[in-house]
Design a protein around this ligand. Structure first.
Ligand code: NAD
Length: 307
């Protein structure tokens, strides 16, 4: 098996743009496409070829990567409107389609079925680490698919992510599953921390004492100790990951639970709380805005004194 050289990359947004740039920098021959022409121009500046269309981007490549907003975009690009006029049909036998979007196992299985008919391989490989991690090339990558295909694609993952945090998790769908579940846990934490800190401050405990004591308790978490500090220190709710994508991910996690037949009362409530947050603060409100909801409900502002 020869090393991969020619790569097509579709979806050059907050995440895909910098990820595609890392592939160019690592020496791959990359053709890039996005419906936003400005996004393509930014990649051409760093050395990618511009594709005139999605079909153009997939033509003759060994690997086609998609980094699109949500399952409907992935389905329309890879499978097309009729299910058979998408890009999977334009890839040659032995080519690999890697979807790195946070998408669903359901759409992923339809992609795998269409690909199998053509001898095309498929990996799901969603990521974590925010746009900062995409820019720094330090993303964590969660991969589902055949081990041998994963090994062939590994140099691409190592160029876009932190090689120590590139995980092969099982067959197709395992990557999407783990990504949706880790997001779900993080957003559960966000609501829990927003509630607890707001109640404590309203009850009269200074935030720095409350936060310090909780961090040193058995209830500590990475969210409490590190991530919520963006809000507590700077009033920054992290708009790099907007509520429109947060509610999409939480909906997909609850759908997944329904598909496998597990009742998830808490997860469903967490999804609805984030839908309320999106309605209140807007589609582009930052991912930690659930904390803002509890600040507003309690009439407090959770800010640590500048040290
Ligand atoms: P984004 O909205 O910034 O970028 C998506 C890009 O896809 C845009 O440039 C858009 O023009 C393009 N696009 C949409 N439809 C297209 C089509 N049919 N053909 C070609 N291009 C098309 O989103 P993002 O923040 O880059 O997120 C991408 C994926 O990564 C999402 O699934 C998201 O949930 C996931 N993700 C995001 C973050 C984050 O912090 N932003 C972190 C981890 C995972």
């Amino acid at each position: 098996v020869t090393a991969i050289e020619r790569v097509g990359f579709i979806g050059l947004g907050n995440m895909g743009g910098p990820m595609c740039g890392h592939l160019v920098a690592a020496g791959f021959d990359v053709t890039a496409f996005d419906v936003d022409a400005g996004a393509v121009a930014r990649l051409v500046e760093v050395g990618a070829r511009a594709a005139g269309s999605a079909a153009d981007c997939a033509s003759g490549v060994e690997v086609l990567i998609t980094m699109l907003p949500a399952p409907p975009h992935v389905e329309s690009v890879l499978l097309g409107s009729s299910g058979s006029d998408g890009l999977i049909g334009g890839l040659g036998p032995g080519a690999i389609a890697i979807d790195m979007s946070t998408s669903s196992v359901a759409v992923g299985s339809r992609v795998v079925a269409a690909a199998r008919e053509r001898g095309v391989e498929v990996l799901d490989a969603p990521v974590a680490g925010q746009s900062i991690g995409a820019k720094a090339g330090t993303l964590a990558i969660y991969v589902g698919g055949e081990e041998a295909v994963f090994e062939r694609a590994r140099p691409l993952f190592d160029a876009m992510g932190d090689p120590a945090r590139v995980f092969h998790l099982g067959p197709n769908g395992a990557g999407y599953t783990v990504k949706l579940l880790l997001n779900l846990m993080w957003f559960i934490e966000s609501v829990a921390v927003g509630e607890v800190l707001s109640v404590g401050v309203r009850a009269g405990v200074p935030l720095e004492k409350l936060h310090g004591a909780l961090v040193c308790s058995p209830a500590n978490s990475v969210f409490l100790e590190r991530d919520v500090r963006m809000v507590l220190d700077d009033g920054d709710y992290d708009e790099a990951f907007p509520m429109r994508l947060v509610t999409k991910d939480l909906g997909l996690a609850v759908d997944l639970a329904r598909e496998v037949g597990v009742p998830v009362e808490l997860s469903a409530l967490i999804e609805q709380i984030h839908r309320r947050v999106r309605n209140l603060y807007g589609d582009d409100a930052g991912e930690i805005s659930a904390v803002r909801l509890y600040e507003d409900l309690a009439g407090v502002q959770l800010r640590l004194p500048r040290s």
